[in-house]
Design a protein around this ligand. Structure first.
Ligand SMILES: C[S@@+](CC[C@H](N)C(=O)[O-])C[C@H]1O[C@@H](n2cnc3c(N)ncnc32)[C@H](O)[C@@H]1O
Length: 287
C-alpha cells in the first residue's frame, strides 16, 4: 500500500461546495452536507467567502481566494453530474476517487442504489474520520472500498466489496483524472470497462489543456498554496483523445461539455472565470 497523506484537494473541493451551498446556483445547487465534513479551521475561509469578507493576512487571503475560485467551478460541475446521475440512477453507483463526495448522503434519487466509494486508502480513512456518526446515508448502502489507482487492481477490490459486474453500473469519476498519469487513466478505464454491463454509464469530469489554467496553478503555488503543489496534475485530455480512449474500451461518448457551457445550460450565471472552460464533464454509455 502506498504511503501518502489524505487528499487536500478533496478538502478544497468540499470547501467550495460548502461555500456555494444556498448562495450560488440557487434552486439547482445545494450541498448542506459538505460543511459537516469540514474541520473547524477549514470552515473559516468558507464562512468568510459566504459572508463576502476577505481576510487581510496573505496566507488567509490565499485560502479565501482558493475557496472562492473552487466554489465557482464546483457549482456547474455538481449540477451537471447530479443531473446525469439522476437520469441514470439504477442499482449500482461506483464513485471513483470519491474524496468528500456527499451524494450518498444527499441525493434522494439514490434510495434504491448501492454506492461504492472508491478512494485512495489515506483519503478514505480521512473521510471516515470526518463523517459525523449521526449522518446517515440516503442511498440504499455505502460501501467504502480503498484502492490506489496507481498500485491496486480495481476489479479485485470491487469484487471483494460485492459489486456485481453483470448488473448495469453508473460510474462517476469526478476531479480525479488530472491527478493520474495517462497510463493510470487507461488502466482504470480498462478495469471499469471490464465490469460494465450493457446499460451502464460513465460520468467523467476531467481537465483539457489550457495555458490559463496552468498559469493559475503556478500562481497559486507561488502564493504559497501547498494544496495544489502536493497533488500535481499529471494528465490533461483533449475531448477527442478521451473519446478515442473510451471508444477503445466500448464506451461511446454521448455528451462532453465544458463547465462554462454547462453553467449557461443550467441557468447558473458564471462570474466570468475563464478557468471554467478547461474543466469538462463527459457522459459515455456502454456500446
Ligand atoms: C480533487 S479530489 C476529488 C474528490 C471528489 N471526487 C470530488 O470531486 O469532490 C481528488 C481525489 O482523487 C483521489 N486520488 C488521486 N490519486 C489517486 C490514486 N492514485 N488512487 C486513488 N485515489 C486517488 C484522491 O484521494 C481524492 O479523493
Amino acid at each position: 500500500m502506498s504511503e501518502r497523506a489524505a487528499s487536500r484537494t478533496a478538502v478544497l473541493v468540499c470547501q467550495g461546495r460548502a461555500a456555494a451551498d444556498g448562495r450560488a446556483g440557487t434552486g439547482r445547487f445545494a450541498d448542506p452536507v459538505a460543511v459537516r465534513l469540514l474541520r473547524a479551521e477549514e470552515r473559516t475561509p468558507v464562512e468568510q467567502v459566504r459572508a463576502n469578507t476577505p481576510p487581510t493576512g496573505w496566507r488567509e487571503r490565499a485560502a479565501y481566494e482558493g475557496v472562492l475560485a473552487c466554489a465557482e467551478v464546483v457549482v456547474p460541475r455538481t449540477v451537471a453530474i447530479d443531473e446525469a446521475l439522476r437520469a441514470h440512477a439504477g442499482d449500482q453507483l461506483v464513485i471513483l476517487g470519491a474524496g468528500l463526495d456527499t451524494r450518498a448522503w444527499r441525493l434522494s434519487e439514490l434510495a434504491r442504489t448501492d454506492v461504492w466509494e472508491v478512494d485512495h486508502p489515506a483519503s478514505q480513512q480521512d473521510k471516515l474520520d470526518r463523517l459525523p456518526a449521526e449522518q446517515s446515508a440516503v442511498s440504499r448502502s455505502v460501501r467504502f472500498t480503498p484502492v490506489d489507482f496507481a498500485l491496486d487492481d480495481l476489479g479485485t477490490a470491487l469484487d471483494g466489496a460485492g459489486h456485481d459486474p453483470s448488473t448495469p453500473t453508473a460510474w462517476l469519476w469526478e476531479g480525479v483524472v488530472p491527478y493520474l498519469t495517462r497510463d493510470e487513466v487507461r488502466a482504470t478505464v480498462a478495469a471499469l470497462a471490464a465490469r460494465t454491463a450493457p446499460g451502464s454509464v460513465l460520468v467523467v469530469n476531467y481537465q483539457s489543456p489550457s495555458t490559463r489554467a496552468a498559469a493559475g496553478r503556478l500562481l497559486t503555488r507561488f502564493l504559497g498554496s501547498s494544496i495544489t503543489s502536493g497533488e500535481p496534475w499529471r494528465s490533461l485530455w483533449r475531448p477527442e483523445q478521451l473519446a478515442t480512449l473510451l471508444d477503445e474500451y466500448g464506451l461511446r461518448v454521448l455528451s462532453d461539455d465544458n463547465l462554462l457551457d454547462l453553467a449557461h445550460t443550467h441557468g447558473i450565471p458564471p462570474q466570468g472565470r475563464t478557468s471554467l472552460r478547461s474543466g469538462r464533464v463527459a457522459v459515455a454509455e456502454s456500446r
